[in-house]
Design a protein around this ligand. Structure first.
Ligand code: SF4
Length: 317
């Protein structure tokens, strides 16, 4: 089990990430997954770690600070696979005022225990990438026991029963689900889902292009926004969260923070500047120091140069 951060998240601010499922155990094998291919395609839920050890690690991270905006259950696999998820969320809520955020691919909401656990999360962030079973199979490559129609009905039921914030994410992939007809099929479902916001995303970071998941263009994001309605917001770019270097120095070494961010996901120089409130020369110096020490590497792609920690698993957060 690993605790990340707090690190800046594109969608939820400063996030203390809690991995409760080992890499990479998931009921899906999404072609856009930044964690790479799924090692263990499974739908059986289990306790990969004890609640006591998770709580102890989170407590320690909270004591070290800085205070996160959210405590996020996500990371190296699908958190819905954690058997005692509901009890874990209850315990996490006792630790701080930070809301508990559950990021989930939603496919296990068909399980009544998982559905009950999802209702306990202060913020529920499910995904929906397809409006029909063919697209679901093409993009998400599900475990054979999963049934698309059942998943949709469970998603509708759980979100309508959820007492808190629900943030749906829709990932658009070029030439697969970014045409008008595909988006309209997704919209037919999102109209029935109760949510506060729909984040429209597209896979802009490596290693996605190598798996055939290409980003759609900006016009398509606008088209999707017009079809999905007023709650829909394109989020393909990092939302700036300016924090001064002085603040970061108060809590952490900046180099360590940048490296920690790169452990979560590959970033461009601009991403690092935006997420850590650094100017470009300062961020470049940090990159050069980390590269010289062999702690990070650079991937040169059509979308730009992305820095990453070798051997680590970037996240979809
Ligand atoms: S993107 Fe999420 S749901 Fe899809 S394979 Fe990766 S971890 Fe699983």
């Amino acid at each position: 089990m690993r605790i990340y951060g707090p690190v800046p998240s594109r969608r939820f601010g400063l996030s203390l990430g809690v991995d409760i499922v080992p890499h990479k155990v998931c009921p899906l094998d999404c072609i856009y997954c930044q964690l790479g291919e799924t090692d263990c395609l499974q739908v059986e839920r289990e306790d990969f770690y004890t609640i006591e050890e998770i709580i102890s690690d989170v407590k320690e991270a909270l004591e070290e600070g800085p205070a996160p905006d959210v405590i996020t259950l996500a990371g190296s696999g699908e958190p819905g696979l954690y058997l005692h998820l509901g009890e874990l969320i209850d315990e996490l809520k006792k630790l701080s005022d930070a809301p508990v955020l559950l990021i989930t691919n939603a496919v296990l909401l068909t399980n009544p225990d998982m559905a009950a656990a999802a209702l306990k999360a202060d913020i529920l962030a499910p995904s929906l990438d397809a409006g029909d079973v063919e697209t679901f199979e093409r993009i998400n490559k599900p475990h054979p026991d999963l049934n698309f129609d059942d998943i949709v009905e469970s998603l509708v039921a759980v979100t309508n029963a959820h007492p808190g914030e629900v943030r749906l994410e829709v990932m658009l992939i070029r030439d697969i689900n970014d045409d008008r007809e595909s988006i309209e099929k997704i919209a037919a479902i999102t109209k029935r889902v109760k949510c506060d916001r729909i984040d429209i995303n597209t896979p802009v970071r490596p290693p996605v292009p190598e798996r055939g998941a290409l980003p759609c263009n900006e016009d398509t994001l606008e088209l999707a926004k017009s079809i999905l309605g007023p709650k829909a917001v394109p989020i393909a770019k990092f939302e700036k969260r300016h924090r001064s270097q002085k603040q970061l120095h108060e809590f952490n070494d900046v180099d360590k923070n940048v490296r920690e961010t790169l452990m979560r996901r590959p970033c461009t120089l601009k991403d690092i500047c935006d997420s850590h409130g650094l100017d470009e020369p300062t961020a470049s110096d940090i990159i050069h120091r980390l590269q010289a020490a062999g702690l990070i590497t650079a991937d040169h792609t059509d979308q730009g140069t992305y820095y990453r920690v070798p051997g680590q698993n970037p996240t979809s957060l």
